[in-house]
Design a protein around this ligand. Sequence first.
Ligand SMILES: Cc1cc2nc3c(=O)[nH]c(=O)nc-3n(C[C@H](O)[C@H](O)[C@H](O)COP(=O)(O)O)c2cc1C
Length: 230
Amino acid sequence: MKFCIIHGSPRRGNTYRLTEMFKQELNTRGDNDYLEFFLPQDMPHFCLGCYNCFLKGEDKCPHAPYIQPILTAIKEADGLIFTSPVYVMGPTAQMKALLDHLGYLYIPHRPLEEMFSKVAMIISTTAGAGTGKVIKTIATNLRYWGVAKIYSCGFKLFAVNWSNIKPAKKERIKSVISKKAATFYHSAQNRAKIKGNIRRYSLFQFCKKLIASYDDDNLDKQYWVEKGWL
Ligand SMILES: Cc1cc2nc3c(=O)[nH]c(=O)nc-3n(C[C@H](O)[C@H](O)[C@H](O)COP(=O)(O)O)c2cc1C
């Protein structure tokens, strides 16, 4: 299967190590391809707030040459893996910057049908606290993109470096990763059968009415008309 990994940090540290462990577990279950992006190298810009993506089209984003290859990989993947350490009680700024650039994919704008059968895993590590906040921010975005199933695992390590973690704790982490990988892999394999959820359905129905009321030259409306959703 194909997986797209977005690393929210360039550091080959705790989060990277756990992501590698997660990959190893996935690999015990089948042949997999990984397309990996490291932030900020693979998308080094902050959103400028120009509104081009919303109003003129995603190709008019000044950072489209960075964003669109990542989005192509996301579209083609069976499973998405987003990783971020906790930085001051939230995801890394570079992860947030990527998500900002993809706001136009929200269901009230121009969601991709591919997302409706996509599964995602969010992996986060922290010294002491905050993985819940990282997971919540990323998961909220994925939910608004319409991603069908979102899984997560957050680890409180109480250590800056992996070498300072006790062997017993490493074993416990490995066991959690193994179980999470099994669930995620199974879900990715069966993603075509995932039923839509009531939350997404309700938002979609609400947006239908909203978008139908827009002027005909509105880009979001044109998209929804093209998709046959109105
Ligand atoms: C800029 C920065 C901010 C951080 N903020 C927090 C924080 O708010 N709470 C916390 O418990 N740990 C915080 N940490 C610690 C990291 O979340 C933790 O060490 C994590 O495992 C690092 O992951 P990495 O090795 O993949 O970079 C911070 C680390 C950095 C570099």
